[in-house]
Design a protein. Structure first.
Length: 343
């Protein structure tokens, strides 16, 4: 085997494909590997540059291969696609990764630590429970509405419906339907308890993280947003500026410019949808609070609200929150409240 300097690794559940080139960019290796053969194969190689698509389990393989002395770069799949030749297969995917990883202007995804992935799993599991809770609430409301029973929106309305379900003297609900609704109600209570349990775990992790505690001082950022920022942004220094981070999250307008004419549309919605939604919720809470107390120290937000809808202003504020978070994470600073400007 020739001395391999760059490798493209196409990962999968069981069958992997390796495509490597030497210093003269001649193909030195192209073969399939079973899962159990991957680490022994790379142990025999001298340190080299390895490219992997940033997808499921890629962070695990990156950590394992770095422990063997290799340099690993994770590439977003959409940046690899232009290098795939006709007739896609595993071999050509690995070849495309090998070529893309050597491009001078290629963008890479920092490898997450086990702790960061664990925190993200806490968030994703909680988010799944919240969505299931919402689905069950909607099912209970829909089923009871078929019998002419409705309640107001919000938590109080749901509690009123649960009391009706539990009241066996209420003959508006047939017995079989009541049994079904009781099962849904029990599942709802279980999910509520699970959500509270994961809230407590996220709060404990937040209190144990110095960076997360500093980020909490930003208006609109609580333990949920702070821990999500720390876990999702593996290396804040990989972004050149806070603007780059906001663009990566998807809080900037789409651009379709040509011929010197700038055309901007709605937000790109790129990056992490969950993190973007948390930042939007935080921004909306700041705007709601500012409407109640006045825009004393945020005149720019007052001017923006005067000429733009609330949700447009929330996107601008979420963008600003993301940029402030980036600055605090990179520089190790604490949050400083802006001085109120003259109107």
């Amino acid at each position: 085997m020739q001395l391999t300097t760059v490798i493209g690794l196409d990962t999968a559940k069981s069958v992997f494909h390796v495509h490597g080139v030497d210093a003269d960019e001649n193909v030195s290796v192209s073969r399939q590997l079973k899962r159990r053969q991957v680490l022994p194969f790379f142990k025999k190689l001298p340190p080299c540059l390895i490219g992997i698509e940033a997808c499921s389990a890629s962070h695990h393989w990156s950590r394992e291969l770095q422990a063997l002395g290799h340099r690993v770069r994770l590439i977003p799949p959409r940046y690899v696609k232009p290098y795939v030749k006709n007739q896609k297969n595993d071999a050509r995917d690995a070849e495309a990764i090998c070529e893309a990883v050597t491009r001078p202007n290629m963008r890479f995804v920092p490898t997450k630590t086990r702790e960061q992935q664990t925190m993200l799993m806490l968030h994703r599991t909680r988010h799944l429970f919240v969505r299931q809770r919402t689905a069950i609430i909607n099912a209970i409301r829909a089923h009871l509405s078929e019998f002419g029973i409705v309640a107001g929106v919000g938590r109080n309305g749901v509690e009123a419906l649960l009391k009706i379900i539990a009241d066996e003297k209420d003959h508006r609900v047939p017995d079989v339907a009541r049994d079904c609704l009781m099962a849904l109600g029990a599942q709802l209570q279980t999910l509520k308890a699970r959500v509270l349990e994961f809230d407590a775990r996220i709060l404990a992790s937040h209190r144990a993280s110095e960076v997360s505690r500093r980020l909490e001082a930003i208006p609109g950022v609580g333990p949920q947003v702070a821990t999500a920022l720390v876990a999702t942004i593996a290396d804040p220094k990989s972004f050149r500026s806070g603007r780059d981070l906001a663009a990566w999250i998807g809080l900037v307008p789409k651009q379709n410019s040509s011929g010197g004419k700038s055309k901007l549309g709605g937000v790109t919605k790129a990056g992490d949808r969950y993190l973007r939604s948390l930042l939007m919720i935080g921004a909306l809470s700041v705007i709601k609070r500012a409407k109640q107390l006045g825009y004393t120290n945020r005149p720019w937000l007052a001017k923006l609200m005067a000429r733009r809808p609330t949700k447009v202003a929330a996107i601008a504020l979420a963008n600003k929150i993301a940029r402030m978070a980036w600055a605090m994470m990179v520089r190790g600073e604490k949050y400083r409240e802006p001085v109120a400007l003259a109107a």
